[in-house]
Ligand binder design. Sequence first.
Ligand code: SAM
Length: 287
Amino acid sequence: MTAANRVKLAPGLYFLATPIGTARDITLRALDILASADVLVAEDTRALRRLMDIHGIALEGRSVVAYHDHSKATHRDRLLAQLEEGQSMAYASEAGTPLIADPGYQLGRAASEAGHLVTSAPGPSAVLAALSISGLPTDSFFFAGFAPNSTGQRQAYYRTLVDIPGTLVFYESPNRTAKALRDMEAIFGGDRQAAMARELTKKFEEVQRGTVSELAQNLSEQTIKGEVVLLVARGTQDSFDDADIEKMLAEELEGASVKDAVAQVVQDTGLPRRRIYQLALELNKRN
Ligand code: SAM
């Protein structure tokens, strides 16, 4: 029995999001497309076949063709020729959303430039999964992908991001995570709020939250395994003076405890908790 229906697909390229852990995190529409596409293309053909197996989708004579952005241009041309013939083509990366720190960009660009339909079956991506549970502001964020490997280049990369007015989201490898946090401490300062989200949707899912310094300290003492996303809140907004902050605190204090009001204003401003707490105490004394 399968949850997928065979449907008539319009010719074109379908970017499918696939699970980042739990296999059932796939949409019914993505399964329909896998069951129905004329051509199946994947970054990792075995991973896609395994996923289709789990969901009971038969190949029915189709093969799964490998493609990533380093594939030869002739390979891409072959896929474009199939689109030209009016075929429907599903593309999946190894996990998550194609093109998000994954292949698919050149294929998508070439297909749209040639005038073909390029569409998506949206779904899991570690960026949004991590952001939504990080406890950091989500109103504005910047996906910074993987930082470079060497300390010098990594710090130089972080320096370009210091003034971004939103939460920064990085993909990281587990054995570089502690070093990355030390470099963040050096460049962003230790007081920014941060989070480390690991093994999302999997058995050992874990989120650690704290300042950059606290996380750097904790993680330097642990061996981390699995897949990691690091997030750092925006920098201090110098445009907030004490009067602005007191006004924000006063509003929050109408319906919340001092602790919760302080936490909210820290989150909204990105300012150090110490300063906000001090102002809350002064405000309390005056009222
Ligand atoms: N395209 C994928 C997406 O949409 O999330 C990302 C692919 S990228 C090659 C792999 C990186 O994504 C990992 O090194 C890790 O930083 C992050 N990642 C993927 N799955 C994850 C998970 N289950 N938990 C935490 N991070 C994950």
